[in-house]
Write a protein that binds this ligand. Structure first.
Ligand code: FAD
Ligand code: NA7
Length: 543
């Protein structure tokens, strides 16, 4: 078949974050395959390359927000804090890229624009915005679940004459807000981190809030030699735990329901978790909080009380207190003095559910109750999560079918790893895998290792192409929706549900069955001769 491809690889990997870097190392260094990585950014690191806003840091403990595949790397790398800042995670990933000599196969500032499966040759033709056309047997989509920034289509957006920023596309040289009037739109995990920093620096900050959140303390602290020694000595156990538990984080549920605990015991349990900081209240709480409405109401009200206590002005406190969704059904933000910024004279809060933003003007933002003037506008408005990065690429499988058309009513995958009709294309932390509901490096390692297992199986057995059967895919789609709908999570308007993007189908995107059970399922599939996958050889398909 005719092709414009100028180079040919065993695998093309798209994206050079945690996922793409490990995929390259695995395929190239451990399996001996030829591989090229394309990365849209001007550097490697993915999330930690792009999200340079003040206050950006991981909400996962540093000692498990990293790779576990290399014992020496684990022992040598020194994290400085419980929750590393963006720059520290980026330094880590740059170190990994150097250590494993990855950079020579990564082409930066190159966005993949299309990937077309040629049924004749059974290879993918991959095109980029720099005019590259290459051919690959395998495509590994390491696109990131949170890499397509969402800038809402507010009327007048382009007319704003001041400086405009999105947190996920932050300027490398940084931004000095000293003496500036700043408007911030969005109060998710990111908005809460960035607001706390901007409040310190700007002359005035106005926070535009659509949905108040249940933010709980981060509890950051430096790591001294003693703490570092402790986790390094216990790494075997730590990884064993996080690989097999629900979330890949070092948290475990209490092991009983809220009903089974007396009120004083609950109070103590909540307070301890709040004081210690981190996701404890979310991921290490009573077992039924995300399924049982009554149990959830207890913890929701408890967190609301903490918010009210911390904000002096009762009217502002009430605005900041969530009332229309249940605790833990949206991604719980971690904060470090967020509520206290509203006790300052230079910070204001606008409830845009009550007084919606009507337009952005040359000088600021106009809501239903008036005009606010700004020198700078910051959008912390999140991402077109999980499917966004796929939909931005023209991915054509068998019969020239576009993946985004196949996914028009929601993603359809088997195990979140492959989609029928798109042979030899694998997703890392794709939709319908645990992905964003986990500590992601752990989920990423599981995917990369599982994918390299199936590729190894194909190489060893002389199999050319693989794709899931439609039956296996349909079953997985139904199962992943069933698991989600047994909880309270789909009831909230979240990016987990696609609800943050106008027109996006409302289906629960990540797999909510837990990372440990998911890993078992994937291992079982592999053990049963890759049950649910169909392999074929070129000769057979042609015959
Ligand atoms: P990414 O790091 O997103 O990398 C994907 C890369 O693919 C990007 O660099 C992108 O430019 C590139 N790409 C996408 N499409 C194309 C294309 N068509 N062509 C070329 N390149 C392309 N996770 C946690 O577990 N704990 C946390 O505390 C945590 N905090 C977070 C905080 C923020 C602000 C954000 C945004 C995310 C956070 N995450 C966290 C999730 C985080 O995304 C993952 O932990 C992890 O970094 C994902 O790695 P990745 O390689 O899968 O994706
Ligand atoms: P989120 O959680 O999607 O938060 C985005 C915020 O922006 C949220 O408060 C939204 O309100 C708000 N938003 C979005 N669009 C609008 C419009 N049009 N008008 C007003 N307000 C709007 O993204 P984050 O970046 O905070 O977090 C995403 C993940 O990435 C998380 O895991 C982080 O760790 C990193 P809403 O709640 O939808 O009413």
């Amino acid at each position: 078949a005719g092709t414009d491809a100028t180079e040919s690889f065993d695998a093309v990997v798209v994206g050079a974050g945690f996922a793409g870097l490990y995929a390259l190392h695995k395929l190239r260094d451990e399996m001996g395959l030829s591989a090229r990585v394309y990365e849209a950014g001007g550097g490697i690191g993915g999330t930690w390359y792009w999200n340079r806003y003040p206050g950006a840091r991981s909400d996962t403990s540093s000692w498990i927000y990293c790779y576990s595949f290399d014992e020496e790397l684990l022992q040598e790398w020194q994290w400085s804090e419980r929750y590393p800042q963006q720059q520290e995670v980026l330094n880590y990933l740059e170190h990994v890229a150097e250590r494993f000599d990855l950079n020579r196969d990564i082409q930066l500032q190159t966005r993949v624009t299309s990937a077309i499966f040629d049924e004749e040759t059974e290879r993918w033709e991959v095109r980029t915005d720099t005019g590259d056309v290459v051919s690959a047997r395998f495509v590994i989509a390491a696109l990131g679940a949170l890499s397509a920034a969402n800038l809402p289509d507010v009327p007048g957006l382009e007319s704003f004459a001041g400086d405009r920023y999105h947190t996920a596309e932050w300027p490398h040289e940084g931004v000095d807000f000293t003496g500036k009037k700043v408007g911030l739109i969005g109060t998710g995990a990111t908005g809460i981190q960035v607001a706390t920093e901007i409040a310190e620096e700007a002359e005035h900050l106005t926070v535009f809030q659509r949905t108040p959140n249940y933010a709980v303390p981060l509890g950051n602290h430096p790591l001294d030699a003693e703490l570092r020694r402790e986790y390094k000595e216990n790494y075997d156990e730590i990884w064993e735990q996080v690989r097999h538990n629900f979330s890949g984080h070092d948290y475990e549920p209490i092991g009983k329901t809220l009903q089974e605990a007396a009120p004083e015991e609950r109070e103590r349990a909540f307070q301890e978790r709040y004081d210690r900081g981190g996701f404890g209240l979310w991921l290490a709480n009573y077992d039924d909080l995300l399924e049982n409405r009554e149990a959830n109401a207890v913890v929701s009200e408890w967190v609301r009380e903490r918010i009210r206590e911390r904000v002096r002005d009762p009217e502002t406190a009430e605005k900041l207190t969530p009332s229309d969704h249940a605790f833990g059904t949206k991604r719980v933000p971690l904060e470090n003095g967020y509520y206290e910024i509203f006790n300052r004279d230079n910070v204001g809060l606008v409830d845009v559910k009550k007084t919606p933003i009507e337009e952005i003007t040359a000088t600021g933002v106009r809501t239903q109750d008036g005009e606010y003037e700004f020198d700078a506008l910051v959008f912390a408005t999140g991402f077109d999560a999980m499917t966004g990065p796929y939909n931005k690429i023209d991915i054509r499988g068998r019969g020239g079918r576009l993946l985004r058309d196949k996914w028009a009513e929601g993603p359809r995958t088997y195990l979140g790893i492959m989609s029928a009709g798109f042979p030899n294309m694998f997703a890392i932390t794709g939709p319908q895998s645990p992905s964003v509901l986990t500590n992601m490096p752990v989920a990423i390692e599981q995917h990369v290792e599982w994918i390299s297992g199936i590729v190894r199986h194909m190489l060893d057995n002389g199999l050319d192409v693989v794709e899931p059967t439609l039956d296996a895919e349909d079953e997985w789609v139904d199962h992943s929706q069933e698991v989600a709908h047994a909880t309270l999570l789909p009831e909230s308007a979240t990016w987990y549900m696609g609800a943050n993007i106008p027109g996006k189908p409302q289906v629960f995107l990540p797999y909510l069955g837990g990372l440990g059970p998911y890993r078992e399922k994937c291992d079982e599939v592999a053990k049963n001769a890759y049950e649910g996958f169909a392999f074929a050889n070129r000769e057979e398909t042609r015959a």
